[in-house]
Design a protein around this ligand. Structure first.
Ligand code: ADP
Length: 732
């Protein structure tokens, strides 16, 4: 296990295992089959990747997520683990190359789609090499009872039986009821497996269910309050996805959409743009997301109620994989129930399955209606004991003040009663608000005592209010063409035996602390992402950037102490990031007091690090620039006609440092009577915008300027424009 911990540190840059991981890895290394049920984002991959590195032969990972295999494999290759994938997106030549590499023992982890198990060439290969482990991801796909049945999963056990030596077989899934669990063990023929069910609770996810809100306004408000965050919006039909996409697009928001009606190419691009942070929002049906391991999804909005708790919990699990606070919001309206029933009716043939799906739907509806802690309800559903209140769901927290709306509710209920319980929400609202609608007159509803008695609500607000009454079960609203009818609770309200309290709704902004350095490092990450064509999170996750910007490491040793930095990442990116950090420290005159958090893994002392660093600096100073002041060297380059970017490259300094040299040159009282090539950083329009911003907020802090100009204008551009302004002023 010490070796396992070393690998965790060296490759992944994490200092300790998460709950469950250590025991699972120990069992695998002891040669036991394992079934692991762990929530999305819990950290399943590490459970098979770490033993894969330690075991002698190759590990084959079977995964149904073809579209994501490339990302997964790029990601672990980037950590320095030799891996590859085979699926239908590759040409035969490419596949043969990989098979050859595997045969030569050059691959440690090979991802394959289950369909590959039908290929003769593949079967021949694995029969001839040393397969130490077969890891089956999304193992619930083997079961008809699960929600993603894949028939090719049924072939896995037969293929394993073909191997020379039976490998360790490990199965992983995020959701499994008892039936599915049994199926996984039996159909995958796990051999006396150790079963690990880690807690399903994802503490960092705030569960919010909103009943009777205006979905459009709510969503628009929420998005505009969280403009810089990544989020997924799920809707239950393609049409709803299209409509929402149009709406958000028309508001000028960068969004993508994803559903089964779009071409493969379209979906692929949409998904990539989302993963690469090129757009913040993706609107999708439940076709999107299996295996999306983008860690910085800050919110998931369910625009409609999903059809079962398994699917719902898996979808919200895509938020906050990096462990940071994230929000999951379900916007419920009674129409969602009709939609889901319709989908179940039309898409399910077997009557047994239909019944099972309808009963799952009912549990979902019960979740929405519960007045108790939502987390408790969900965890209990998955068979987990959870009795306390979580204080991180909208029922526990109940934001806003409770207002007694019993009288308004009585008015609505009596109106429904007087209209003979035969009409939908629209008509009831018309009568209550005293509408001059022709149909209201024709039916004689203007004669009712409840005609026009609720005038202090707008139409939308009253629709919302009635929806709220329905969702709390105070009125019934059922059937293919739903009409409002009374139930026991409605009568209690009318008789004054039950009060109706409504919570005022507050749309909150997620608090993410971003300092200037964080933004600078994020820009650097984006540049590298473009250059290397890998998603930003594969370089460093948000939490790593956050730690970098708070702790500001400037030596290799310190950099390695940051969570999420392993050896491979240090070698690839350390220098670039530390350069930015050093420049930031210099520029802002910051004194960094460094202390190691995971000291146990570093075998040299802090003092030694400092000494080394000092020595290195001394050497640099002596060798370079023959004792001439650094800024003077920069100015010599400029006078010789070099551009700032060229100088930065030549001197291996950052652009910020070079610009600070120019600044220093001016501060020392030197006159500038030669051309300073600053225009390469901006165009006229950008210059104008920044100068306008300076008029408003001054230029003491670049951050203030950055906040008021369009996002595309970089810090480098702002810095250059400020510098140009200063030079002009000095010359005047
Ligand atoms: P799952 O497959 O269970 O949905 P992943 O394996 O994708 O989850 O892990 C989710 C996130 O948690 C990843 O960003 C991963 O790097 C991170 N993670 C996993 N194990 C640890 C650990 N021991 N320490 C810190 N982060 C971890």
């Amino acid at each position: 296990m010490d070796k396992a911990l070393d690998i965790l540190k060296q490759y992944y840059g994490y200092s300790s295992f998460r709950e469950g991981q250590e025991e699972i890895i120990r069992e695998i290394l002891n040669g036991n089959d394992v079934l692991t049920i762990m929530p999305t984002g819990g950290g399943k991959s590490i459970c098979y990747q770490v033993p894969a590195i330690l075991l002698e032969g190759i590990t084959i990972v079977i995964s149904p997520l073809i579209s994501l295999m490339k990302d997964q494999v790029d990601n672990i290759n980037n950590l320095g683990i030799k891996s590859a994938y085979i699926n239908s997106s590759l040409s035969n030549i490419e596949i043969n190359n990989i098979l050859d590499e595997a045969a030569r023992n050059e691959i440690k982890i090979l991802y394959v789609a289950p369909e590959r198990l039908e290929s003769q060439a593949f079967l021949e290969l694995i029969a001839s090499i040393n397969v130490s482990m077969v890891a089956i991801d999304e193992a619930h796909c083997v079961s008809q009872w699960g929600h993603d049945f894949r028939s090719s999963y049924r072939r896995i056990s037969r293929v394993i039986a073909l191997l020379r030596n039976r490998p360790i077989v490990t199965a992983f899934t995020a959701t499994a009821t008892d039936e599915v669990r049994e199926d996984i063990i039996n159909l995958l023929e796990l051999n006396n497996p150790k079963i690990f069910i880690s807690g399903f609770d994802r503490k960092n996810l705030k569960i919010i269910i909103e009943k009777g809100v205006n979905k459009k306004n709510y969503t628009l408000d929420y998005i505009s309050n969280n403009r810089n965050e990544s989020g997924i919006i799920y809707a239950s039909t393609r049409k709803e996805v299209d409509n929402l996409y149009e709406l958000l697009n028309s508001k000028g928001l960068q969004v993508e959409k994803y559903h089964a009606g779009l071409s493969d190419d379209y979906r692929k691009t949409a998904q990539e743009n989302f993963i690469y942070d090129k757009c913040n929002i993706i609107i999708a049906t439940n076709a999107f997301g299996m295996g999306i391991d983008k860690p910085n999804v800050r919110y998931v909005i369910h625009y409609n109620m999903p059809k079962n708790i398994e699917g719902y919990y898996q979808e919200i699990g895509r938020a906050g994989r990096d462990g940071e606070e994230s929000e999951c919001i379900m916007l419920f309206s009674p129409g969602d129930v009709q939609t889901q029933k319709y989908i179940i009716e039309t898409a399910t043939e077997s009557s047994v399955r239909k019944e099972s799906e309808l009963s799952k739907l009912q549990t979902m509806i019960n979740l929405v209606y519960t007045q108790d802690c939502y987390r408790k309800f969900i965890l209990n559903y998955f068979g987990e004991q959870y009795d306390e209140k979580c204080n991180n769901c909208s029922n526990c927290e109940a934001p806003g003040e409770l207002v007694d709306k019993s009288v308004d509710a009585q008015k609505v209920i009596s109106c429904v009663y007087r209209m003979n319980q035969r009409f939908g929400i629209g008509m009831v609202v018309d009568v209550l608000r005293g509408s001059k609608n022709k149909k209201v007159y024709e039916l004689g509803f203007d004669e009712l005592s409840t005609y026009g008695i609720v005038k202090n609500y707008t139409k939308d607000a009253l629709v919302e209010f009635i929806n709220m009454l329905i969702s709390h079960g105070y009125l019934n609203y059922k059937g293919e063409y739903p009409v409002l009818t009374l139930n026991k609770q409605s009568m209690e309200i009318v008789r004054g035996e039950r009060q109706v309290f409504v919570k005022e709704q507050i749309v909150k902004k997620i608090k993410i602390e971003e300092n200037e350095l964080f933004t600078i490092l994020k820009e650097l990450r984006m540049d590298i992402s473009r250059e290397e064509k890998i998603p930003p999170y594969m370089i460093f996750g948000d939490s790593t950037l956050k730690e970098l910007s708070n702790r500001m490491p400037i030596t290799d040793e310190q950099f390695l102490d940051i969570s999420g930095v392993g050896n491979s990442k240090l070698n690839k990116y350390g220098e670039k990031f530390m350069e930015k950090i050093k420049a930031y420290i210099n520029e802002n005159n910051i004194e960094v007091k460094w202390s190691f958090i995971s000291k146990k893994n570093s075998n040299i002392s802090f003092d030694e690090v400092l000494d080394k660093e000092k020595e290195k600096k001394k050497k640099e100073k002596n060798n370079n620039e023959e004792k001439k002041k650094s800024y003077e060297v920069t100015m010599d380059f400029i006078k010789a006609g070099s551009s700032i970017k060229e100088i930065a490259k030549e001197r291996e300094l950052t652009l910020v440092t070079i610009m600070s040299h120019i600044q220093q040159y001016i501060t020392e009282g030197n006159k500038i009577d030669f051309e300073i090539p600053l225009d390469e950083f901006f165009n006229d329009e950008e210059e104008k915008m920044v100068l306008d911003a300076i008029d408003k907020v001054g230029y003491n802090k670049l951050k203030d300027i950055k906040e008021v100009v369009p996002e595309e204008i970089t810090y480098d551009a702002i810095r250059a424009i400020v510098l140009k302004k200063v030079i002009n002023e000095v010359n005047v």
